[in-house]
Design a protein around this ligand. Structure first.
Ligand code: FAS
Ligand code: PHB
Length: 390
């Protein structure tokens, strides 16, 4: 089989790239090792930047997001028992974010791809890439027991942190930068009304907590937990008790609890691969970089990567202009590192670092007090949170 772009991975990066390329008249095939249901079963991001909203519109998949998504003009910071609102709309001259789960984004993209009958191989086994330093890179895999080979002009590695694409690059050809955080996020999804109409990020001496949502009837909550914790040791009651203990009295009183429909622990890391291009192989999204979810940047960085990549492929195939593909890595990494910095800063500000002692907590509280009292500091937080220009 031949195609112009072979996309490895049907997460948000791969599916959005596939849709943008279709709209641009570029032929692309997606190869995904899991089933579509498995991909949809992963509960992940919840906040979309304006740039991502615009990308979904360009891909023609924004209708349900505007019907069901929740536009948010602000969020609250909770520290020393009191909440302080960060007015994103006022601080950024009118920008906002959209609360709409990654699962829904993925569902909309899968539906659009199926509507157009675009070639997608789910449940692909033993996926391997080769010859990406040549003009004719290849992808091989097994599908329904049959050995398949795709010859493409380019391969887009959208296969996430544990994928095959970055792993196929010779170690001497790339450099990675990594920071592992000494804690994880225990997340719970529950069909209960959210405790507040906006997100609450809490810095408490017991640890970080985040109150988010997927709709006004489905809530998403997180508490910082030790890396050694296992989900099995956290009953629903234990989770709700701990979350309540990290909220201010008014929110704790108002919290509505219920049975979890999903419960998982995610480790936190910052990770960047340089460069993001290797001949005719291009990495995008989590395949190239990971951020701690505190700043809600992971999904949004995947979107900006594939916007740049779709434009680069389009000008290459339409105008035989290599300028986009030649500058993709540098352009993406410039935005990636700014989001890595913000995500690291916000994570460092909001979480407990036991090894740092009580001095760290006092410095965090001082920075938070300065932040909510300074228009300049709040503007900086707000413009990073809504997303820096693409
Ligand atoms: P993904 O990992 O989503 O998709 C990669 C796809 O490639 C997967 O479907 C995988 O099955 C497939 N694949 C892997 N290896 C393959 C192979 N060899 N062959 C073919 N296919 C292969 N971001 C936020 O903004 N907020 C959050 O709260 C948040 N929570 C997260 C929680 C967890 C547990 C994780 C892991 C991530 C979280 N993220 C969050 C980040 C997340 O949303 C990612 O940024 C987003 O999924 C990135 O999308 P992709 O780059 O498409 O990678
Ligand atoms: C979520 O709703 O899953 C979410 C929201 C904001 C974040 C991280 C996760 O910063």
């Amino acid at each position: 089989m031949k195609t112009q772009v072979a996309i490895i991975g049907a997460g948000p990066a791969g599916l959005l790239l596939g849709q943008l390329l279709f709209k641009a008249g570029v032929d692309a095939v997606i190869v995904e090792r899991q089933s579509a249901d498995y991909v949809l079963g992963r509960i992940r991001a919840g906040v979309l930047e304006q740039g991502t909203i615009d990308a979904l519109a360009k891909a023609g998949v924004d209708a349900r997001m505007h019907e069901e998504g929740l536009p948010h003009d602000g969020f609250e910071l909770l520290f020393k028992g009191a909440r302080h609102r960060i007015d994103l709309h006022a601080l950024t001259g009118g920008k906002r974010v959209m609360v709409y789960g990654q699962t829904e984004v993925t569902k909309d993209l899968m539906h659009a791809r199926a509507q157009e009958n675009l070639e997608t191989f789910y449940d692909a086994q033993d996926v391997a890439i080769s010859d990406f330093d040549s003009e004719r890179p290849k992808v091989t895999f097994t599908h329904n027991g049959e050995q398949k080979t795709i010859e493409a002009t380019f391969i887009a590695g959208c296969d996430g942190y544990h994928g095959v694409c970055r792993a196929s690059v010779p170690s001497q050809s790339l450099q990675t930068f990594e920071k592992i955080y000494p804690f994880g996020w225990l997340g719970v999804l529950a069909d209960v009304p959210p405790v507040s109409h906006e997100l609450i990020y809490a810095n408490t001496e017991r640890g970080f907590a985040l109150c988010s949502m997927r709709s006004m009837t489905r809530s998403r909550y997180y508490v910082q937990c030790p890396l050694t914790d296992k989900v099995a040791q956290w009953s629903d009651d234990a989770f709700w008790t701990e979350l309540r203990a990290r909220l201010d009295p008014e929110a704790a009183e108002r919290l509505i609890t219920g049975p979890s429909i999903e419960k998982s622990i995610a480790p936190l890391r910052s990770f960047v691969t340089e460069p993001m291009r290797f001949g005719h192989l291009f990495l995008a999204g989590d395949a190239a970089h990971i951020v701690p979810p505190t700043g809600a940047k992971g999904l949004n960085l995947a979107a900006s990567d594939v916007c740049y990549l779709a434009e680069a492929f389009q000008t290459y195939f339409t105008d035989s202009d290599p300028q986009g593909i030649d500058t993709y890595s540098e352009k993406s990494l410039s935005r990636v590192w700014k989001a890595e910095r913000f995500s690291w800063w916000f994570t460092s500000l909001m979480h407990q670092f036991p090894a740092e002692g009580t001095f760290n907590q006092k410095v965090q509280e001082a920075e938070l007090a300065y932040l909510v009292g300074s228009r300049a500091a709040s503007e900086s937080l707000a413009e990073n949170y809504v997303g820096l220009p693409m």
